[in-house]
Write a protein that binds this ligand. Sequence first.
Ligand code: FMN
Length: 253
Amino acid sequence: MDNTPIDYKRWFEAARFRVSTRKYFGAPEEGELERLSLLAKALEGDGIRLKVTEATPKLFSGFQSLAIKNVTHVALIIGKEDSPLNRIGYKGEALTLEATAMGLATCWMAGTFKQSEARKIAELEDGEKLFGLISLGKPSEPFKEIPDSERGRKPLEKLVQSEKGMSLADIEPWQNSALKCARIAPSSVNFQPWRFACTKGLICMVASGLFSKKAELDLGIAMLHIDLGTAVEGVHGSWGRDGDVWVFTKANA
Ligand SMILES: Cc1cc2nc3c(=O)[nH]c(=O)nc-3n(C[C@H](O)[C@H](O)[C@H](O)COP(=O)(O)O)c2cc1C
């Protein structure tokens, strides 16, 4: 599977600034929407499409959306019943990070909008379903790097299963960069369902907990972050699967 991200330096930087935003202060500009639509087109594949469109007043009108304010635009995440969830996560996060790089605020959403209204706007074709959306808009102020203390993430020591591979102290710089970037990735209810193990030339990733099927989307988000963290260290590689384990193999390892 070729996972070379389209613009890894730009998105690696954006990952440090991205934070879920639920209150917006204006609509994206026309040029920004065009750029995101072009990227959405480039990301099409595996039955997955991202539709960048205007939000309707009804979309965020329910009780589940009380914390969501002034969303003017969304990217609807549409796929087929059998579209791989990890690819949905990977592509959605690519669009999210590009929006962040453009200075737009974003939030992945699976639940806090009216599903029936979103399906209507999505104009689903036969066999398609809606997997969620990404809200898009202007932030209240330009982004600053998010301090680690405000991220609410588990320490790397808890995410890395050193009994199954190298200890954190022994991993290579590209693996360190990849894991750090994966750690700050967004996940549903900040569950951070990913666990990692590193050996020479490899990063293995497995879903923690009971809901491993659902976690595949979050794992896909982390896969992009791993690709970004390795690419900025000049390392490229490819993803494969061994049972439940996703394996990133460094090229020429
Ligand atoms: C697949 C997915 C679904 C999510 N669904 C929602 C949602 O329905 N509503 C919401 O407010 N946030 C949602 N989030 C945002 C997460 O709560 C957020 O990413 C997580 O708490 C980490 O915070 P951060 O994104 O600010 O780093 C979702 C995130 C992901 C990745």
